[in-house]
Design a protein around this ligand. Sequence first.
Ligand code: HEM
Length: 457
Amino acid sequence: MVFLKLGTRKALVVSSPAAVEECLTKTNDIIFANRPYTLASKNLNYDSKTIGSASYGDHWRRLRRLTTLELFSTNRLAMLESVREKEIQFLVKQLFEECSNDGQTQKSKVEVRPKFVGVAFNMMLRMISGKRYYGNDIDEDGKEFQTLMREFTAIQGGNINDFIPILKLIDFQGIEKKMVKLMKRLDGFFQKLIDEHRRNGSVNSDEVKMKKNMKLNLIDVMLELQEKEPEFYTDETVKGVILAMLIAGSETSATTMEWAVSLLLNNPQKMKKLQHEIQTHAGHDQLLNESNAAKIKYLQNVITETLRIYPVVPLLVPHESSTDCKVCGYDIPKGTMLFVNLWTLQRDPNLWADPMKFIPERFEGDVGGGGGSEVGYNMISFGVGRRACPGAGLAKRVMGHALGALIQCFEWQKVEDGEVDMTEGTGLVLPKAQPLVAFCKPRQEFINILSKESYSH
Ligand code: HEM
C-alpha cells in the first residue's frame, strides 16, 4: 500500500490481494464504492450521471439494474447473439477479401488494431442502436462517430487540472473548454440517434412490433421505459447509458484482442495448440460460433492469461472513500482516491510463477502461484465487488469468438524476424505502443466457407 498526495488530492495505491479484498469486498466495500468527481466526470459524463462515473447511490443502482436486465442478462445476450455473430462473419470475410487476388488467395499484411476496434464498436453499436459505423462502406455519420470516439479517448484520461486547483481555475491548456466543445458534438450525435428511434417508433407501430420480434436494441428498450418512468429515463440518462457502454465496452475488448494475438505470435507453440483445440471442437466445415467458442477452455485461458499480463484497465477505474476508514490497520481519510494496481498485482513473482511468461496452462491446474482458475484476489482484470465490470461475461464471449474465428480460419505470421514489440503505451486503457501488423493467410480448408456470399453485408 502507498499513500500519496497528488496535488491537493489524497490517493491510496494498493497492490496486494489482502488490501484489495479489504477495500473492495469485505469491510470497506460500500465506503470505496464512490467515484471521484473530476473534470472528465463533470464534462464528459453528464455531470457524473453515467454508470461508470456516478457515485454509489440510488441513481447508480438503477443504471446497474437497467443494464443487467436489458443488456447483460442471459436472455438478452442470447437474443442478440446472432447480431454479434454477423459482425465476426463480416470480419473474417473482410480479411479473406484482403487476401484474395484474381480468384487466388495469398498472404496479406494486415493492420490488426483497426480491425479489432471496428468489430468491437460495431458489436456494441448494433446491440445499442442497430447501427454499424465501421467498415468499408460507412457514411458521413460513421465518419463523424469515429472522429468523436477518437477525440473522446484522447481527452478522457487523467488530467493535472484535477489535482491542482489553481490550474483548474485558469483552465490550464484549455482542457475544460475542449471537453465542453467535444461533449456538445457527441451529445448532439446521440440525440439525433434517439430522435431517429423515437420517430420510427411513433410513425409505424407495425414496424416497431416487427423490430421487437426481431432484435430490440437498447435504445428502443430505454425509450419504452421512458414512457413509463419519464422522470428517471430522461434523454440525458439514455445518452449517458449509450456513451458509457460504448466507451467501456469497445476499446477494452479491442485492445485485449490485439495483445492476445501479439502474445500468440511470440509463442508459436501456444498458437499451434490453440488452433488444434479450436479444430477439435469446431472442425473445419463451419465457422466457429459464439456458444462453441465459450466452451473451448484453452481459448478462454489464452484470454485470461493475456488479461493477467496486460490488464487493459491497469489501475481499475478510480474509486473514492465516502468516510474515514481503516485499510490493513492504517487510517485512511474520507475523500481518498483508490487506485488498485493490477499491473503490479498480476505480475507479482510472489503470486505468479514466471510472471512475464505467457502460460495459458496456468489456469488449468495449479501452476500459477494463485492456482487453478479460482485465483481469488491475485487477479481481478474486471474488478471485484460492487463496481466490478458488469460487461465481463459479454466481453469474454465476444473476445473468445473473435479470436477463435480468426485463428480457425487464418494462419498468422509475424512480419519481421524476432519478437513482436510488446512495449506498452500510455492511456486509460493500456495500449500496445506499436500497433500490431501481421501476415494472415486463409487456411486452405476454409476457402470455400469464406467465399460464401452470405458472409457479406
Ligand atoms: C476486456 C474487456 C473488459 C475489461 C478488462 C473490463 C474491465 C473493467 C474494469 C477493471 C472496470 C472497473 C472496475 C472497478 O472500478 O472496480 C470496468 C468497469 C465497467 N465496465 Fe468493463 N471491462 C471490459 C469490457 C466491458 C464491456 C464489454 C462492457 C459493456 C458492454 C463494460 C462495461 C463496464 C461498465 C459499465 C463499467 C462501470 C461499472 C461501474 O462503475 O459501476 N466493460 N470494466
